[in-house]
Design a protein around this ligand. Structure first.
Ligand code: CU
Length: 69
């Protein structure tokens, strides 16, 4: 199991959190997504290391921006 933390910009409420959780949670191999609204930090548990561009696309689909580390 791999645990990766991403930084997401633009989330303002619980609805945003739900949208990001749903999109990122839909990526193949992802088991769990935890979003901290206050910090914009998104923690993802997955089988394999994720392709950052795949995560970026999912976050973008939800309507937000992945901040580069
Ligand atoms: Cu919102």
């Amino acid at each position: 199991m791999v645990n990766t933390t991403y930084q997401v910009q633009g989330m303002t409420c619980g609805h945003c959190v739900s949208a990001v959780t749903a999109e990122v949670g839909g990526i193949a191999g992802v088991h769990e997504v935890q979003v901290d609204l206050a910090t914009g930090r998104v923690t993802v548990d997955s089988d394999q290391p994720l392709d950052t561009e795949v995560v970026r696309a999912a976050v973008d689909e939800a309507g937000y921006n992945l901040v580069d580390a």
